[in-house]
Design a protein around this ligand. Structure first.
Ligand SMILES: CSC[C@H]1O[C@@H](n2cnc3c(O)ncnc32)[C@H](O)[C@@H]1O
Ligand SMILES: [Zn+2]
Length: 440
């Protein structure tokens, strides 16, 4: 059978079924989709590929899925460090966004972020930012899969005047991108402290009408919960429950501060969470109870959050940190092992986004969203267990090749179709515009 691409690899970790590691297998790809996974010799007999890649010292995994980011914020990376969330947002980030964020800012910032993510093995990101059409256009230009947020706040910004304006602009972006196979949309109300009940009700109605997930920051800080009790009489999660938002379509971001009852509530409603361990630590928000959430059956994916609070868009870092923190806080070395961390960074994210029929694991019929990690490094030698090394040793610098929808986007560590030096110059131009006025 003639096919587009055959990739031989020393190891393939399909993620589904859980725990499987295939040695000396090949993945056959045609028209952007995975056709088969089989032993190399059998694949060589069965297929005549147009392109045959031999990755003899590599592990091939599904492309990583960044379940929560604000991609364009890469242009604000390092602008305000070492601050807690409220001070960071109110005194630094929101003023800077008010002065600088435009469609061009979002297009340039998202291209910068997409390039960093692709080079680090990320093939899909879930975005929450202003000017979603510009973010989607940048994702398409970079060739990365993206779930784009139809954002909403109660207050006006240079992007939109009122809650209806936010939703109408988001819907217009969705309409403009409806034929783009790499782009899907989520409703993205910012947080319970910036979105009122009426606005949440509109978001829910719209999410049901267009069958899209709802992606919202929730229970990020202790202060958020105290304020909600003062203003609404209940904790934020109880408020979202009261408004009917808890469902398998809900992606809660952060969820650092949860009671046992709230964990059970999230599990009972089939909600997903985006765990962002680095951002939660850097903003001193706390540590999410991930082992308890997983134990209760909550679907958990991994997010970087924006580069202004992380300050990297690096899911290898998030996998390792998620695993280490879960062990450290539980006092149990056996919680959140390497396979579970990889599952969170791939299929967990795909399930949350409702994209698991398309991506997140290497099953025949799914899109060929793939990441090859080169184990040709003394730090990765010897290798008794490639999944252990992926999580506990490897870094994004070991990513050698990336495909999205069967298209090569990174080859032998080089981005294809993206001019890195142009992006670096563009970032410097934005830095000149933003500084020194915004540095306080
Ligand atoms: C509606 S656009 C997104 C909005 O969210 C802000 N933001 C970035 N990181 C966080 C975070 O960790 N918690 C809350 N809000 C965050 C971003 O600056 C945009 O204004
Ligand atoms: Zn965020």
């Amino acid at each position: 059978m003639n096919i587009d691409l055959l990739i031989d690899a020393r190891w393939i970790v399909p993620v589904e079924p859980v725990g499987v590691v295939l040695e000396n297998h090949a993945v056959a790809i045609d028209a952007g989709k995975i056709v088969a996974l089989m032993p190399r010799a059998a694949a060589a007999e069965a297929f005549t590929p147009r392109v045959h890649r031999r990755l003899d010292r590599h592990v091939l995994i599904p492309g990583l899925i960044n379940l929560h980011t604000h991609a364009a914020m890469s242009l604000l990376r390092g602008l305000a460090d070492d601050l807690p969330l409220r001070e960071w947002l109110e005194n630094h980030i929101w003023p800077a966004e008010g002065r600088h964020v435009s469609a061009q800012f979002v297009y340039d910032g998202t291209r910068l972020a997409a390039a960093e993510m692709l080079r680090g093995g990320i093939t899909c990101f879930n975005d929450m930012y202003f000017y979603p059409k510009a973010a989607a256009d940048a994702a398409v230009a970079a060739g990365i899969r993206a779930a784009i947020g139809i954002v909403s706040f109660d207050f006006p910004t240079p992007y939109a005047a009122d809650p209806d304006d936010y939703l109408l602009k988001g819907l217009a972006a969705r309409d403009a991108l409806r034929d783009e196979p790499l782009i899907s949309f989520c409703l993205a109300p910012h947080a319970p402290y910036t979105v009122g009940d009426r606005n949440f009700a509109r978001v829910l109605t719209l999410a049901e009408q267009i069958d899209a997930p709802i992606h919202v920051h929730i229970h990020e800080t202790a202060h958020e919960i105290e304020e909600s009790i003062k203003v609404h009489g209940v904790r934020p999660l109880a408020r979202l429950h009261r408004l009917g938002l808890l469902s398998p379509g809900l992606i809660g971001v952060h969820a650092v501060h949860l009671t046992g009852d709230e964990i059970a509530l999230l599990a009972a409603h089939g909600c997903s969470l985006a765990h962002c361990p680095t951002s939660n630590l850097k903003l001193a928000s706390g540590i999410a109870p991930v082992s308890e959430l997983l134990h209760a059956g909550v679907n958990v994916g991994l997010g970087t959050d924006g580069a202004a609070s992380n300050n990297r868009l690096d899911l290898f870092q998030e996998m390792r940190l998620a695993a280490l923190l879960a062990k450290g806080v539980s006092g149990r070395a056996d919680v959140l092992g390497a396979h579970q961390a990889l599952h969170m960074a791939t299929l967990g994210g795909a399930r949350a986004l409702g994209l698991d029929a398309k991506t997140g694991s290497l099953l025949p019929g799914k899109a060929a969203d793939l990441c090859a990690v080169a184990f040709d490094d003394l730090a990765l030698s010897p290798c008794f267990d490639p999944v252990s090394h992926l999580v506990y040793v490897a870094g994004r610098e070991h990513v050698s090749d990336v495909w999205v929808d069967g298209q090569a986007r990174v080859e032998q560590r080089l981005l294809l179709g993206i001019d890195e030096s142009e992006l670096i110059k563009l970032a410097a131009l934005w830095q000149n515009k933003i500084c020194p006025r915004d540095v306080t």
